[in-house]
Ligand binder design. Sequence first.
Ligand code: GLA
Length: 386
Amino acid sequence: MIKSEVKAFFIKKYKNKPILVKAPGRVNLIGEHTDYNLGYVLPASIEKGIYFAAQKNNTSSIKIETFLTQPEQIIFALDSSHQPFTSFWGTYFKAILEILFEKNYPLIGFDCVFGGDIPIGAGLSSSAALCCGFIHALAELGDFEIARKDIALIAQRAEHKIGLNCGIMDQYAVLFGKKGNALFLDCKDLSHEYVPINFKGYSWVLINSNITHNLALDTEYNKRRNSCELVVGKVTKFKNNVHSLRDISFEDLKKIKGLVSPTDYKRAGYILAENARVIRMMDALEKGDAKQSGAILLEGHQAMSTEYEITTNELDLLVSTGQHLGGVMGSRMMGGGFGGCTINLIKTALMETHSKAILATYKKETGIDAEVYHLKIDDGVRTLAD
Ligand code: GLA
């Protein structure tokens, strides 16, 4: 088990008892790319996570080590200098520490080992888990408080520094997730509520296309955000109090149709409809209506494929294969796009056979081995008793 491996690695190396922090990954039922448009999202934190073992070292440096990818170690000095490093993970820690230095948090020296089982680049927010878990551990060791909301904002700023102009969904899901529930989050005022997601007789399953992506190195994600902001800019010319697509109706959008490119127009329309899908999904969950929920998933996927254009052929194949099997109520690509997992709602009695059938077709058509994960919703970032 990863948790005990991380702990054992720390004890062997530092001969000291560490604190243990778990930061989960996240799924998203619906509401994709709506967060940076100040809309609605419906994510949940999952059982897969990143574990941190850490302890004060009474020195003026922070030593971080991982066997998450390949073994490597990074050392930061508390005077904010650091040794050169090449690690991708290191860039996140560097960004976080820079923000914390700037905000004058009382940082102390500590040793830290981390590792986890969130597949990287699979749309399950391994980087949000990494950032939020690290900040939580660091505050606990330094004996100071950072409100969860502030942890989320610092972690989001770290992503922006690295190059991904992401919204706040991943960080909120990782920090505020609750076992058995999805988190309905209004990204405009950050108010949130919990909603149980279990449909009797149905199960949620993730299928990893094993097409990995790195949204921070790719520009496609940021281009979608730019399109949305451009449309907002046009609407502000004739309507007051418009700050995001959240303040715009389909009628407003129609008025600027000739003023923006067809692509930007289509993208903005997608966001408006996606917000409405989140509200409809809430309704389906409250009613326990698996059929309606599945239909919303499929509709969302179609829109991401043809309007927002963030899916891939492989993800489309996973979804359409499921659609032809009675018992798969619906599925869709999940996360920022261009790879990663689909989320599927399947009749529990047919879950094993149908997952296998989807994997077999996928392998036959693409030559790629996909993977199935049974979705388990767990609590958000926390310090573990042991
Ligand atoms: C990534 C980003 C999030 C969100 C999703 C798409 O995960 O980090 O902020 O925009 O993509 O919904």
